[in-house]
Structure formats: C-alpha cells, structure tokens
Design a protein around this ligand. Structure first.
Ligand SMILES: Nc1nc2c(ncn2[C@@H]2O[C@@H]3COP(=O)(O)O[C@H]4[C@@H](O)[C@H](n5cnc6c(=O)[nH]c(N)nc65)O[C@@H]4COP(=O)(O)O[C@H]3[C@H]2O)c(=O)[nH]1
Length: 771
C-alpha cells in the first residue's frame, strides 16, 4: 500500500479511533476513579474536592487527546495535499503519454505528452473515446484485453498498437493499461500509459526490409555461395549459389555439419580447428583458394572468404562466401596451354620448341651428341587458303600436323611456329645425312593427298631447311636462323625439297637485309623508275594504253628485277610506299602527256594484295587522281587473281568503291588462281589479262591453246575485255586474233620502255596515222 493510500485511510479512520479511545477512557475513568478515590480518601470534604479535581483532570485529558488527534489529522491532510500535487505534476509532465480511461473507453484525464503524441488538444481528447483514435486493425485486440481486465481475468496488459494522429498519419505506440483499485462509490477506471514508438518501429521495419532484401539477394545469387555455420560447424544458412555450387538443396544442408557436406576428409581436422578459432576470437580467417567437394563427390575449386558475426546473445556465426573458380582454373589451364601450344594443331609452339631446344643442346654438349633442327614450310598453302577459304586452310594444317606426327619418333619435338611453318627437333642424330633422309620421308608423306571438307583432296608439298649442331651452329638462336636460311634456299631452289644450312646461306640472308635497307634508300632518293609497256588493240594494231612496271637500278648491283624486290617489299611493308609512288607516277605522267596533246591513253598500275588489305586504297587513289587531275577513266588497276581471294567481301566492297569513282579494274595473271565463276561475276571488272604462261605455248601446246580460247570466251560471256600477256611472236598474235582476243602486250610489239621512249613511240604512231 502506498504512503498516500496509508494516509488516506488514516484520515478516514482517525475520528472513529479518537471517539473509541475517548469512550473507553471515559468508561474506565468513571468506573475506576470513584471507587479508587472512595478507597483512598475517607474525609467527605476532601473527597468532594478531589472529585471536583477529578472532573477537571478528565476534561484536561480529554482536551489533550482531542488536540493530539486534531494535530495528527492536520498533518495527514497536509501530506495528502502534497501527494496530490506531486501526482498532478507527475501526470502532467510525464515523458510518456498518460490517460485515465473509463470502462466505456472515454478519456477522463489526459496529459500533455499524450496530446502531443496524438496531435489533439486536451479538451478534444476528453470529448473522445480511445476507440475513435485507434487504428481499425488494432481495435478489436485492444477492446478484448480491456474487457478481460474488467472481468478481473488480468490486472493489466501491454500491447503495441497503432493510433490515428489528428493529421491522419499512423502513430505506433506501446500501450500499458492497468485497472485502478476501485473506490466503492466510483465506476471502474483505467490508467493508460502510451509510449510513442513510431521511430523505433519505422527503424525496425526498415531493418527488416533491408534484411529481407539482403537475404533475398543472397538467396538468389547464383554465382556466389554463401553459407552460415555455428561454432560447431552446423549449417544455419545456405543460399541458392550454395545449392548450385555444391549440389545440396537448402533442406539437405540446413542442420547438417559442414564437415559432412563439403569438406574433404583430409581437411576435417584443419577446418574444425579453424571454425573453433574463428568462433573463439571473432576474427575471420584469411581468404584462400580451396578444393572442396560437391554432393556428387567431384572436386570444386573455390575462392573462400569468411566473416564472423557475433550475435547480441554473444553466439558467433561464421559465414563463408565461396566463389567458383572452376571456369577460372579452366581458363588458366587454357592460357597455360596457349603459352606453349598452338590451339589449332595442339602442337607445341615456338616458345615450347625453343625451351626444348635449349635443354637438348645442354644434353648434346655434355654428352657430345649431334642434333638437327628442321624448319618446314608448305609450298602451296597460301593458294589453298585463298582458293578454298580459311576453314579448308585450317583443316589442311591439322592434316599436315597429323602426317608429320606420324613421321616423328617419340624423342623428336614437333612444333608449329605459326602460319604454315613447322619445326622438328631431332635429338641424338647419328649421322648428318640422317636429317636429309628424314626430310625426304617428310616430303614423301606430305605429297600424299589430304582429304578436306566435302571430299576435297589436296596435296601439300613443302620446303625444308636443316641446320645441325655442332656442325653448323651451337646455340638456339643461330640454329633456328640457320634452319630458316636453309629453308629460304630450298624455296629458291624450286620448292618441294630440302637444303642444309651453310655459311653461304647466311650470307644470302644478310644480303636480303642489306637489300631491304637499300630499297628504302632508293625510294627515298627517287632511284625507282616506272617503265611503260604498250598495250595494243589487236584489231587496229594501235597503242591504247600502257602497263607501268617498276624498275630499280642500284648503283652497285645494277638492275634488280621487280620479281626479286616486290615480294621483299611486301614482307617488310615497303610495298605501300612503292604502290603510292607508282600510282602518282602514272597519274602525273598521264596528265602531262594529255596536256602535251598526245592521244588519251589508259595507264595500268599493278596493285599488290597487301595494298588491298590495308583498307585505304580507294581514298589513296582518289586523292592522287584529284591532286594530279588525271581522269579516273584512264586509270586501270591490275589485281592478281590470288589477291582477289583474300577477304572476298572487302575486295568486292573496295572494287565497287573504285569502280564508282570511275576507275577501271583488271584481273592480272588470269588462269593461275582458283577464282570461281560465281565470284568473278560479282566483281566489277573491265579487263581480264590472260597469263603469259598460257600465251607462251599457245602455238605449241594444244592444251594451252584451248585454255586461252576458253578464257577469252569466258571473259566475253561475262562482258569483260581480254588482254593477252607476253606475246612474243606473230604466230601467237595471229592465233589470239582468231580467238577474238581484244588486246595484247609483249615483246613482239615492245618491251617496257622508259617514259620518254614510250612517248616517242606514241608520237611515231600519231605521225604514222597522219601519213
Ligand atoms: N618473257 C616475257 N616477259 C614479258 C613480255 N611482256 C611483258 N613481260 C614481263 O611480264 C611482266 C608483266 O607484269 P606482271 O605480270 O604484272 O608481273 C609483274 C608484277 O607482278 C610485278 N610488278 C612490276 N611492277 C610492279 C609495281 O609497280 N607494283 C607491283 N605491285 N608489282 C609490280 O613484277 C612482275 C614482273 O615485272 P617485270 O619484271 O617488269 O615483268 C613484266 C614484263 O616485263 C614478254 O613478251 N615476254
């Protein structure tokens, strides 16, 4: 019982107690005082006097008791009014909302904080019931508990509920309702304590939402496995990524021990210790690469990182985040493979071969052995690649690799250096001539036809260069260079053969390098010159054009034929500068002759496949035409048949652009390539040049005659003009005339001439016409 309640009851009962004490004292006084006085005092006068005093004493004692009682009552009343004041202050200024609520729900008293929480003025609330401001969803629960309290089943209840703020928003509150002790003459009354928990609830909701989001995210991540364990390794969390990575469903994994799921036997002790340590220290282990096991028993490489979360109840949870490294490992293995192997043939590459050669040389030096390095290059690969496409080329390379493998012993190292170049290292070579025997065997094997796609049969001859240790060279680089130089010689000597490395070959290789430097210089110093070979219309016998043929006259070496330096210029990239030079010469000279009043002539320029594939040919030609003012229709570009076979779509596109600019296009050396009719038809060509090799024997060899005839007819069918190259005799010309060939060029009419000589020839023709 509180002090106030004690005081209240004292206040209530003190008059009754006073009256009882007074009555008891009066009765006692009357019954005992008289008999006591009569017994003690015998003198009647004295007795009367003392009886008077007794009455006075009685009055005095009564007054004293009354005074004491009144004083106590005053004290209690004072104390009570202080309690009342304290209560009022507490109620009013409490930091939580408070209200006295009647059993029907109406507010009897409300404090400031409650008004603040709900947004109403005190009087507004006092005119309302709590039902009016309770969220409909929470009302029934609140009312049911209130009724229970009223029935005395519970003394109080606490719930979290939603109130409706005056502004309409929801206020989350923790409500504690207590039924007050009931005064007899008063109706039941509750005290409600309302605590605003909106902020907390909102924060909780946000936390729950973000936790939900986070969990959903983790759950659904297919690429990352997240697992949660307790300090004993029991699984508490298992996301989708874990299901996919380890093969266990969530149901299977949850509750099972980590060791039984994904840890291989040999790691059990270490993992157990690691989990215990993490749980104890709260510190995660370093991320590491591990090989764990799947449900089906297969090993799985993962990158595993860990996190330890200490829960509010101090229990540690260990989370493992595993990333599947299988693909990465495969990729790594692939890269490692690619670093040393050729992806097309799966043979070792140059890097591997070089390492192997280095090792073999060490052994050979130590044990005084001989070894041979062979470098092999296919003779006709480019033609096959160009004619049948890259797929056929790739297939041929695989077939060649297989054939070479068959010839090699286990101790030999066969490698592909790139393109159509292969290398073989023969260790423990008994005699130098054994390398030649082996080379001959390789050549023989390669000559057997290979079957490619759609039953296509091709034979692949090769050239082989051989260098020997210790006879020729004694280090890796020199041996490889030696074999390369020998290969070059084999090719120069007619291909499909082998050559050993000699000093002379090295000199030749050096000479090539010197020549390249000289050619650069010649180009810079304007030492290249264009010659003009007339092209004649067969029916009229008149010069209608000329082919520009480049000439290089070196001060030391004299005349160097284009057949020698053009391939070198192509391999070192100088061909672009040379090509530009010839085009510029053609247009400048052609324009000059026009200005001089010479008849308009068509000038033909050879364009290398390399110029075509660079991609800027059309811009280059157009800009030269613009800068020289030479008419586009008088310029003809000659492209060899094999050049047309590279990147066919680009060739067609470039040719169409050139044609659109008005430039003429001719196909050179026709008959030596493998272009299909369908392809030819797509090309915007003006002229087809029959290769010299057919014309050469046109009069002596019936096959060549028939081929030439067929080419001429074919060209006409496709609406191209035909020019025969390399006409040297009147018989050849007569035959070509019979075949309705349109034009020719050759020594019969004239060799290629310097510009001035050609001009004189033209002038003479003009003069002859005037006669
Ligand atoms: N035996 C014989 N030969 C004849 C006869 N009439 C012409 N010729 C030669 O045949 C070659 C024809 O040129 P090509 O087939 O385009 O063959 C050319 C061409 O492919 C290339 N070439 C020449 N000049 C250039 C150039 O400016 N650019 C490019 N990319 N290649 C060029 O070099 C090759 C050889 O050129 P050249 O040595 O000038 O040799 C020229 C020419 O001198 C004849 O009646 N009998």
């Amino acid at each position: 019982m509180s002090q106030t309640e004690k005081n209240l009851s004292k206040l209530r009962y003190s008059p009754v107690i006073g009256a009882i004490i007074y009555l008891l004292f009066g009765v006692a006084w009357i019954s005992f005082s008289d008999s006591l006085l009569s017994a003690l005092i015998t003198d009647p006068v004295l007795l009367t006097r003392y009886q008077t005093y007794k009455g006075l004493l009685y009055v005095a004692i009564t007054a004293l008791i009354a005074w004491l009682l009144l004083k106590q009552r005053a004290q209690i009343a004072h104390s009570l009014s202080h309690s009342q004041w304290l209560f009022n202050m507490t109620f009013e200024h409490a930091a939580t909302g408070m209200a006295h609520v009647a059993s029907d729900g109406s507010f009897l008293r409300v404090n400031k904080e409650l008004c603040r929480i709900l947004g109403y003025a005190p009087q507004e609330l006092l005119d309302m019931t709590f039902q009016q401001i309770t969220h409909p969803m929470d009302l029934s629960k609140d009312e049911a508990l209130l009724r229970k309290t009223l029935r005395g089943e519970i003394m109080q209840y606490t719930i979290e509920k939603r109130y409706l703020h005056k502004e309409g928003r929801i206020v989350w509150a923790r409500l504690s309702v207590t039924l007050l002790p009931r005064l007899p003459e008063h109706p039941p009354c509750f005290i409600s304590v309302v605590q605003d928990i909106s902020a907390v609830t909102l924060a909780q909701q946000q936390l729950q939402e973000s936790e939900l989001r986070f969990r959903t995210l983790l759950d659904s991540m297919p690429n990352i496995s997240v697992q949660g364990y307790d300090e004993n390794g029991q699984t508490l969390y298992w996301n989708k990524g874990s299901e996919l990575l380890y093969g266990y469903t969530k149901q299977e994994a949850l509750g099972s021990n980590l060791l039984d799921l994904i840890i291989p036997q040999f790691m059990h002790v270490a993992v157990k210790e690691a989990v215990a340590l993490m749980a104890q220290t709260g510190e995660a282990r370093m991320a590491e690469e591990l090989t764990l096991k799947r449900k089906d028993g297969q090993a799985v490489h993962v990158y595993s990182s860990h996190a330890v979360i200490i829960l509010p109840n101090k229990k540690p949870h260990i989370y493992c985040i595993d990333i599947d490294l299988t693909e990465f490992k495969q990729q790594e293995a692939k890269l490692a493979f690619l670093a040393e192997y050729d992806p097309l043939t799966h043979l070792p590459n140059r890097q591997f071969f070089t390492n192997q050669l280095e090792q073999a040389l060490k052994v050979a030096r130590r044990e005084q052995l001989q070894l041979a390095v062979l470098i092999l290059d296919l003779d006709n690969f480019k033609t096959i690649n160009d004619s049948y496409g890259h797929n056929a080329g790739d297939m041929l390379l695989r077939r060649v690799a297989d054939k070479l493998k068959l010839c090699c012993r286990e101790t030999d190292t066969l490698a592909r250096f790139g393109g159509d170049e292969f290398a073989i290292l023969i260790e423990h070579l008994p005699h130098p001539e054994d390398a030649a025997r082996f080379a001959l065997e390789l050549l023989k094997t390669l000559q057997q036809p290979s079957v490619l796609e759609l039953g296509l049969e091709v034979t692949s001859a090769a050239s082989i260069g051989i260098s020997l240790y210790p006879e020729h060279n004694d280090n890796v680089e020199a041996l490889l260079q030696g074999a390369d130089a020998a290969l070059y010689k084999a090719k120069a000597d007619g291909r499909n053969t082998y050559r050993y490395y000699t000093d002379e070959l090295t000199t030749l290789a050096r000479e090539r390098l010197v020549m390249e430097a000289k050619l650069r210089q010649a180009l810079k110093m304007n030492q290249l010159e264009c010659y003009y070979q007339p092209q004649i219309a067969i029916t009229t016998g008149k010069i209608v054009g000329a082919e520009l043929l480049i000439r290089w006259c070196d001060a030391e070496q004299g005349f160097i034929p284009p057949d020698h330096f053009i391939p070198m210029a192509e391999s070192c990239g100088l061909i672009h500068a040379i090509g530009h030079f010839v085009l510029e010469q053609a247009c400048t000279q052609g324009y000059a002759w026009l200005v001089q009043g010479l008849p308009a002539l068509k000038l033909s320029v050879n364009v290398s496949a390399h110029q075509f594939s660079k991609g800027d040919l059309e811009q280059q030609v157009i800009s030269i035409l613009q800068s020289t003012a030479f008419p586009a229709h008088l310029l003809e570009l000659e492209v060899t048949e094999s050049a047309l076979m590279h990147d066919k779509e680009r060739v067609i596109r470039t040719m169409q652009q050139l044609r659109a600019a008005g430039i003429r296009l001719a196909i050179d050396d026709f008959g030596t390539g493998y272009s299909s009719l369908a392809y030819l038809q797509q090309l915007p060509l003006d002229l087809l040049k029959v290769d010299r090799s057919f014309i050469e024997k046109i009069t002596s060899n019936d096959a060549d005659k028939q081929i030439s005839k067929a080419i001429i007819e074919l060209a006409h069918t496709l609406r191209f003009d035909v020019l025969a190259e390399g006409v040297e005799t009147a018989e050849q010309l007569a035959l070509l005339k019979d075949m309705a060939c349109d034009y020719y060029q050759g020594y019969y009419y004239s060799k290629p001439l310097p510009a001035e000589a050609f001009r004189q020839l033209l002038l003479q023709q003009v003069a002859n016409q005037q006669d």
